[in-house]
Design a binder for this molecule. Structure first.
Ligand SMILES: [Zn+2]
Ligand SMILES: [Zn+2]
Ligand SMILES: [Zn+2]
Length: 341
């Protein structure tokens, strides 16, 4: 994530909607990929220094969960990112506002990096065949009005489903503990599931598919049986030698999505490190192997900094040569995806 500066000169951040120094309104303009300082012109209209007129996304105006802007004359009430929502947590219940806010923040970070990588991104409303939609779903764990006891987070047919309970720190940590995972975050879920979406979009040519199967394995392997076996018997033996996470060893499609998620983590974290001058080059200007070399230093530093303040590792993963090869292939696949615009 890049650094943003208010027109008054104060540093401001991606999620901010006002500057604590000069009290100006702030909003994120996805077209310029910038946080804009705004003057209130009344009636919900805000203008930047150049006179461009904006409104906040109606999810910001009505619910306070979005700081993205839309042009004042936009035909949609939603910002570019909220146009992807299909289901939101029931806002008549007070606790769901905070959950939705956490989910929106994760989604905005995901979309920011996808835009930086220049990957195609259309909503399922705009393109029902190839577009993406998001369902933030609840189940009986958050309200007894829902009959399903367990709606899982996942991807199916152009829709990313995130269970709203994942936005609760305690509930998420409980599941993480039960599954013995070293890492579980809303942003991690979103990045992982976006990997499934882009795989479905890619329709790889035979050469890339052959290479995929060589590196990740055959994705036609029975998915449900593989997942059942993973949850019953645990991960593959010595999975650390070949996989980024235990879950990645469950099925080639999950390995792909896990690695895709890590690609985005690494890219965004390197971008952040560069914008804070911890690195002298941006990930955009690096080859994949250069990024991985930089990341091995930055992630070590990140973990050590975290330990210095009494926290666990921020990035509890090892990228060995086998995983590096998978990330290289994802880098190649992104080149192909960029031609699909
Ligand atoms: Zn300011
Ligand atoms: Zn929005
Ligand atoms: Zn998955």
């Amino acid at each position: 994530m890049r650094r943003f500066v208010c027109d008054c000169g104060s540093p401001v951040y991606f999620e901010n909607d006002f500057c604590i120094n000069c009290r100006s309104a702030l909003g994120y303009d996805p077209l310029r990929a910038d946080l804009i300082t705004l003057a209130d012109w009344g009636g919900g209209v805000f203008r930047d220094l150049q006179g461009n007129a904006f409104r906040y996304c109606s999810n910001g105006e009505d619910f306070g969960v979005c700081n993205w802007l839309r042009p004042a004359d936009s035909p949609s009430q939603f910002c570019k990112a909220c146009q992807f929502n299909r289901t939101i947590p029931d806002q008549t219940r007070a606790e769901n506002k905070e959950r939705w806010l956490v989910l929106e923040r994760g989604k905005k970070r995901l979309f920011y990096t996808l835009a930086q990588l220049n990957l195609p991104l259309l909503s399922g409303w705009a393109d029902p065949q190839r577009g993406l939609l998001l369902d933030f779903i609840e189940d009986a764990r958050t309200s007894d009005k829902y009959p399903e006891t367990f709606v899982s987070t996942g991807y199916l047919g152009g829709v990313i489903t995130i269970n709203a309970v994942e936005a609760d720190d305690v509930a998420r940590a409980t599941v993480q503990d039960e599954l013995g995972e070293s890492y579980r975050t809303v942003l991690g879920h979103l990045r992982h599931e976006s990997g499934h979406y882009y795989w479905s979009l890619m329709n790889p040519e035979p050469m890339l598919l052959a290479e995929f199967r060589q590196v990740f394995g055959d994705e036609r392997k029975n998915y449900q049986a593989a997942l059942d076996a993973h949850y019953q018997n645990g991960p593959a033996l010595r999975w650390r030698e070949r996989f980024i996470s235990a879950y990645a060893s469950s099925h080639p499609s999950e390995d792909w999505a896990e690695c895709w998620g890590h690609y985005l983590h690494i890219y965004d974290a390197l971008d952040t490190a560069c914008s804070h001058r911890l690195l002298d080059r941006s990930p955009e200007s690096m080859s994949m192997s250069e990024r991985l070399r930089a990341w091995s230093k930055v992630s070590l530093m990140l973990n050590e900094l975290n330990r210095s303040v009494g926290r666990g590792d921020a990035y509890p993963f090892v990228i060995n040569e086998v995983v590096a090869e998978k990330l290289e292939l994802i880098d190649l696949a992104m080149d192909r995806l960029r031609t699909l615009h």
